[in-house]
Design a protein around this ligand. Sequence first.
Ligand code: 4AD
Ligand code: MG
Length: 431
Amino acid sequence: MKSAEISGIGAFNGEEVAVSGWVYNLRSSGKILFLQVRDGTGIVQCIVERGAVGEQAFDVASALTQESSLTVRGTVREDSRAPGGYELGVTGIEVIQVADRFPITPKEHGSTFLMDNRHLWLRSRRQHAILRIRAGLVRFIREFFDNRGFVLCDTPVFTPSACEGTTTLFETDYFGDKAYLTQSGQLYNEATAAAFRKVYCFGPTFRAEKSKTRRHLIEFWMVEPEVAFADLDDIMQLGEDFIVEIVGRCLEEYRGLLTGELERDVTMLERVQPPFPRISYAEAARILRESGVEFAEGGDFGGTDETVLAGRFDRPVFVHRFPSAIKAFYMEPDPDDPAYSLSVDLLAPEGYGEIIGGGQRASDLGLLERRLAEHNLPKKAFEWYLDLRRYGTFPHAGFGLGVERTLAWVCGISHVRETIPFPRLLNRLTP
Ligand code: 4AD
Ligand code: MG
């Protein structure tokens, strides 16, 4: 007998197949059992009739518990009332294990309980939908860059120095030396961009940030393109093309899951069309002042400031030219006013905040040497980086996009903890 995956069961209409999976739900109407089986690719309703399977198998099926593992044999039948369009008329059941009482039931559970049981929670429909869309989003991200001639150049996780400031570094012991988990692959991207022109890296990123907000993870995934001979405007254009494409493809491929399982109002996503508004930090500060928000000009935006700013626009908005003083050491100064930098953030609508951070990189050796000293960064660890300014320095720019914040926005879910299979949070390292 052929074994079938539920997502492709329609191809076996009229045939007898074996489906292996877990009990999702079981209802009885006396003579008939309605057994819902999930196999990871979908859920199929299996009809168990006493007459068709025999007395003993019927009793075994009646005693199945939620998440019991089994193989069901049966005939595939088209049925317009069935959720996937097909049901299984069961001819036999082979139980692998009758599961212990499953801790997660259809009733409401608190988020701490669900996070403690994350390894089991992943089986629920909603988590399943979110993580399927995540897998798609990652594919769309890779295809965007791969199709445009970007070369994937992965960057190391163990690094000898900081990229995004020293306050969020995870220190580890590296055979007696200090090493840090990467905060960003950017500095290495700058080296590979000089070798391959257009590059990207895509991997896990670590920030020892004592933030407990719905936008912060300790370990998150970031995709970072870097482009030789690009300036701030070029990189904003790339960011716009990128967001339009990945959001558009999520809508194309996952509209059903978004509007169904996740009850996402997709009208805000449909508005993600070019051009995105581009405002300077100074304009953003003026908007905040006029909105009556207490904002200390010269400082960075808080979560609430970002929400107020994004609320002024019907699509993602670029904020560029932040004060140099609040940005990383590598930012190129604005030639019109060196107190500001050629940096940019992209704010997502609906309160999701910054999803992209990037800008144009300083290309002058002397300037970078001064910046390292001002930021108290050890020059020795950066000598290789300074070499990029000694051997054919070049204008270049890039950005980083956080996968989890982007996915939270696309799915319309309130906290990033549901956007990664096993989130690492300030107070959570398990499961
Ligand atoms: O703005 P960030 O810190 O930029 C950089 O690291 C640059 N070196 C990137 C580059 O230019 N190559 O981080 C970029 C993005 C943010 O916009 C956000 O989406 C995400 O990474 N991010 C986080 N996501 C979840 N949890 C955190 N703690 C995050 N910190 C940043
Ligand atoms: Mg940032």
